[in-house]
Design a protein around this ligand. Structure first.
Ligand SMILES: Nc1ncnc2c1ncn2[C@@H]1O[C@H](COP(=O)(O)OP(=O)(O)O)[C@@H](O)[C@H]1O
Ligand SMILES: [Mg+2]
Length: 269
């Protein structure tokens, strides 16, 4: 199968005063369609830089980035912005929700850029929130929600426009361990059900162990890119999600209108 994301001799050098920081050094990487890929490595190793290059958020100093058959590293800023809106989704560590908009309005936002009319936008946003167990929070502002709830709104927003690839930089970085697991579970479930390719940076090994592919970065180079066999992955997911209340939001999920009953751990394995 042809990879959906591919880099060739990718290099990124930052200028800091008179110093030059080589953040990525000759990275050749392939990620297959539908894979849930985790990028791991020490702080400062180049994980975020790599993710930003793959997502077309920054231009490489040298080398190429392809998504599907498109060389995004060669696109103009305008074409790239359009490509991102049409095909890519993003989940941020600090959620990046607009504070004056409700959960539903935040989720609906990417559809506005696609020219979808308001009623359809909000209906699709509510559907996405429902699958995140958050229908009861549709009219809440971000400040009225917990970190885990806000991040689930962030995930719903990334998924609403049916992107081919979703990029996430430490999406569970601000969440407690239980909430992190619940959020990861949702991402795995959506990636599996909707065949979305996922690239997630994390420094939590127990989360990365659940991925289809683990890419380890060291000093700006890919140290390894390992596809985990199905059995290992299934065992790791079962271990991680064992005993977890996957109704997400715990008590909140039991409130009326939240939808979604008890989910069996390991279903995404
Ligand atoms: N915008 C920038 N300007 C200058 N140096 C940067 C910039 N972004 C990252 N770096 C440097 O590049 C290296 C890799 O950073 P980063 O990709 O953020 O690492 P990680 O996400 O693995 O912690 C680090 O040495 C960092 O200081
Ligand atoms: Mg980083």
């Amino acid at each position: 199968m042809a990879p959906i994301i591919r880099t060739e001799h990718l290099r990124k050098v930052y200028a800091v005063g008179k110093e030059r920081v080589v953040a990525l050094n000759d990275v050749d990487l392939s990620i297959e369609k539908g894979e849930f890929c985790c990028i791991v490595g020490q702080s400062g190793s180049g994980k975020s830089t790599l993710l930003n290059q793959l997502a077309g958020l920054e231009k490489p100093t040298r080398g190429k980035v392809f998504i599907g058959r498109h060389e995004i590293s060669a696109m103009s800023e305008t074409d790239l912005a359009r490509f991102r809106q049409a095909h890519l989704g993003f989940i941020f560590q600090s959620y990046n929700l607009l504070p004056t908009m409700t959960a539903a309005e935040n989720v609906a936002l990417p559809l506005m850029f696609k020219g979808v009319d308001k009623n359809t936008r909000l209906a699709l946003a509510r559907k996405e929130l429902k699958s995140m167990g958050l229908l009861g929070r549709a009219n809440h502002l971000p400040t009225e929600m917990s970190g885990g709830q806000q991040q689930r709104v962030g995930i719903a927003r990334a998924f609403v426009s049916s992107p081919k690839v979703i990029f996430a930089d430490e999406p569970t970085g601000n969440l407690d361990s239980t909430t992190s697991k619940q959020v990861l579970y949702r991402m795995l479930e959506l990636s599996k059900n909707q065949q979305v390719t996922f690239v997630m940076v994390t420094h939590e090994p127990e989360l990365a162990r659940c991925a289809d592919r683990i890419v380890t970065i060291l000093d700006g180079k890919v140290q390894s890119s390992v596809v985990q066999d199905e059995e290992t992955r299934r065992r790791n997911r079962e271990e991680l999600f064992a005993g977890l209340d996957l109704t997400i939001g715990g008590k909140a999920a039991k409130e009326k209108g939240q939808g979604g009953g008890k989910t069996e751990a390991g279903r995404v394995s």
